[in-house]
Design a protein around this ligand. Structure first.
Ligand code: ATP
Ligand code: MG
Length: 235
């Protein structure tokens, strides 16, 4: 009788070398912020991958922020945790027919340049333009889209702690393989990142926080903020 080969014996923990799930290092990033480098997903152009930069490469950061992040590394990932928390809170709260004013988030993927955060891509030919890029020649149509997003941030009680002009993008999202209508989307800066999270107390406190953020955004963009109507207009 022929002898069966013995089954391999697993002795101790499985020895496996790290293999990233996605390779990005050969790609040219499409954008970068002060904290993250942005790549288009190599196999799905409707998605972006956002990878946290090494501390040494972070620009436009206050010296104090860099110092504290270096000594308290959890502060660097706090943003991501707050952002995800807010996305989750919104999705569990809005109706299926509501259009979120912020980008959908699709989890994380381990890449060869670091942990990647998968987010939907707001496109307009290439990457959509930001409010920062268009603010000096903002069309009436885009102003209306921007105001519609502002109204939904209030209506859905979105905690948005960093409403800068670079974080609003004009373009199209993908809806089940179809290009959606043109809209303005807050792609970053949501989540209550303040040391004392006043905005998280309730929607009323959050609305006061949004009022303050809109006032500051108006000063930065040259737009006029009507605090009563909670709408922007051209100066
Ligand atoms: N979902 C998106 N769709 C289209 N463009 C995007 C999207 N997310 C980011 N971008 C582009 O990439 C830039 C940087 O992205 P993001 O704001 O997420 O990076 P960050 O480093 O977290 O930013 P910050 O400097 O505000 O901390 C944005 O200003 C925008 O131009
Ligand atoms: Mg940003």
């Amino acid at each position: 009788m022929s002898k069966q080969p013995a089954a391999p014996v697993v002795d101790g923990p499985m020895q496996q070398t790290f293999q990233p799930l996605l390779m990005l290092s050969h790609l040219t990033p499409v954008a970068e912020g002060s904290q993250r480098i942005i790549y288009v997903h190599p196999t799905d152009p409707t998605r972006l991958i956002k990878v946290l930069k090494p501390i040494a490469d972070t620009k436009r950061r206050a010296k104090l922020a860099t110092f504290t992040e270096r000594h308290f590394p959890s502060l660097r990932t706090r943003w991501t945790r707050k952002e995800y928390g807010e996305y989750l809170r919104m999705m569990l709260h809005i109706r299926p027919t509501d259009i979120p004013p912020i980008t959908h988030m699709y989890g994380f993927v381990q890449t060869d340049v670091g942990l990647g955060c998968i987010s939907e891509n707001v496109t307009d030919g290439g990457l959509g333009q930001t409010l920062h890029a268009t603010k000096d020649n903002l069309s009436a149509t885009d102003l209306a889209l921007f105001n519609d997003t502002i109204a939904r941030l209030y209506r859905f009680g979105i905690r948005a702690g960093d409403m800068t002009a670079r974080n609003f993008v004009f373009g199209h999202r993908d809806y089940a393989g179809q290009q959606g209508p043109r809209e303005c989307v807050l792609v970053d800066g949501f989540g209550d990142i303040h040391a004392i999270p006043v905005r998280s107390i309730n929607d009323w406190c959050n609305a006061l926080g949004l009022d303050d953020s809109c006032k500051r955004l108006a000063a930065k963009t040259g737009l006029r903020w009507d605090a009563k109507q909670r709408q922007f207009s051209l100066n």
